[in-house]
Design a binder for this molecule. Structure first.
Ligand code: DP6
Length: 325
């Protein structure tokens, strides 16, 4: 088969990935832990064809050129080297969620691309090998290979073959909701790759941030396995705020938040103090991702929608890993 389609979902990190131990191989400096989300997906088709004289790529109907195309073409080159496939390919990818929502389109994008491209090139990879490959496209993509609660291993090997994601618990383990509060329109100001590079090179808090991740991982894993919402709330907010603190301490400092982001942080903490089990996390952008149990979804949505500056909400739930289809 020289053509294949794959489906992947984005994921949201509860213990954040923010730093690399090897930039060329895109190896994370520390482990991370995430939830793969249903309700949004990337569907990608890859076709190798002898009539193509270069790689082509199209995302949501827009043809890619320049560095964006080069990033995907470099990725296809790895698949060609692994498989012996020597033809160029066409990539056609659609996201069913607004890229402006900052919902890690690179995570679902490279997870779907790794799966579709290897399948189209005739390779049968297991989830660990797929995760290693997806990681080379984007670190967070390694986690979207698997469904539910997922742990990314930093690994120790210089070749990165032990740096892949494994499942902690499947999507049915815990019926959480993650509601995204959209607080701005348009693309984020500093992309995650650039933001984490600046943090690594210039932040006086970077080493302390990385050291703390190793303490957070077992706490988050146990909270998930025991479905202990308050324990997960504590560790996830701590990880998010420490990641942002490390970015704020870069030179010049990187601040992803807008006034609505900060307003939401206070609203959510107040709601929790008033007895509603809820917590927030924020990635490399101004949107706030709010976690709660399924039964509290409407109450949480009402709080987010009534907060000044919130442009809209998107409700998601635990989802599956990549599939062919
Ligand atoms: C803040 O996976 O986008 O979302 O490996 O350079 O492509 P690259 O970075 P990327 O970084 C994600 C950063 C984050 C936190 C997380 O998802 O863990």
């Amino acid at each position: 088969m020289s053509k294949a389609t794959a489906l992947a979902h984005p994921n949201i990190a509860l213990v954040k990935y923010w730093g690399k131990r090897d930039v060329a191989l895109n190896l994370p400096a520390a482990p991370s832990l995430s939830l793969t989300l249903a309700g949004m997906e990337t569907r990608t088709t890859v076709e190798f064809d002898a009539s193509f004289d270069s790689d082509h790529a199209q995302i949501n109907g827009a043809v890619l050129r320049g560095p964006k195309l080069a990033r995907l073409s470099d990725f296809l080159e790895r698949v060609r080297q692994m498989s012996g496939e020597d033809r160029f390919a066409r990539i056609v990818s659609e996201n069913t969620f607004p890229t402006a929502a900052g919902l890690a389109s690179s995570a679902s994008g490279f997870a779907a691309l790794a799966t579709a491209a290897t399948q189209a090139a005739g390779l049968e990879l297991g989830s660990e090998e797929l995760s290693v490959l997806a990681r080379l496209g984007s670190g967070s993509a390694a986690r979207s290979i698997l469904g539910g609660f997922v742990e990314m291993r930093a690994g120790e090997r210089v070749d990165g073959q032990d740096s892949f994601a494994v499942q902690v618990a499947d999507a049915n383990h815990w019926d959480l909701r993650c509601i995204v509060a959209i607080t701005a329109e348009g693309e984020k100001s500093v992309g995650s790759t650039d933001g984490m590079m600046d943090t690594m090179l210039t932040s006086t808090f970077y080493d302390a941030w990385i050291a703390g991740v190793y303490d957070d991982m077992p706490v988050a894993r146990q909270a998930i396995l025991e479905r202990d919402f308050m324990a997960l709330a504590t560790v996830a907010e701590r990880s998010c705020l420490r990641m942002h603190a490390s970015a704020i301490a870069a030179d010049p400092g990187i601040l992803y938040w807008n006034p609505t982001t900060v307003r939401l942080i206070h609203r959510i903490r107040r709601a929790r103090k008033d007895g509603l089990p809820v917590f927030f996390t924020i990635d490399a952008g101004p949107h706030v991702k709010v976690f709660c149990e399924a039964s509290d979804r409407s109450a949480v949505e009402a709080i987010l929608k009534s907060t000044e500056g919130v442009l809209g909400t998107l409700s998601t739930r635990p989802g599956a890993g990549v599939s062919i289809g």
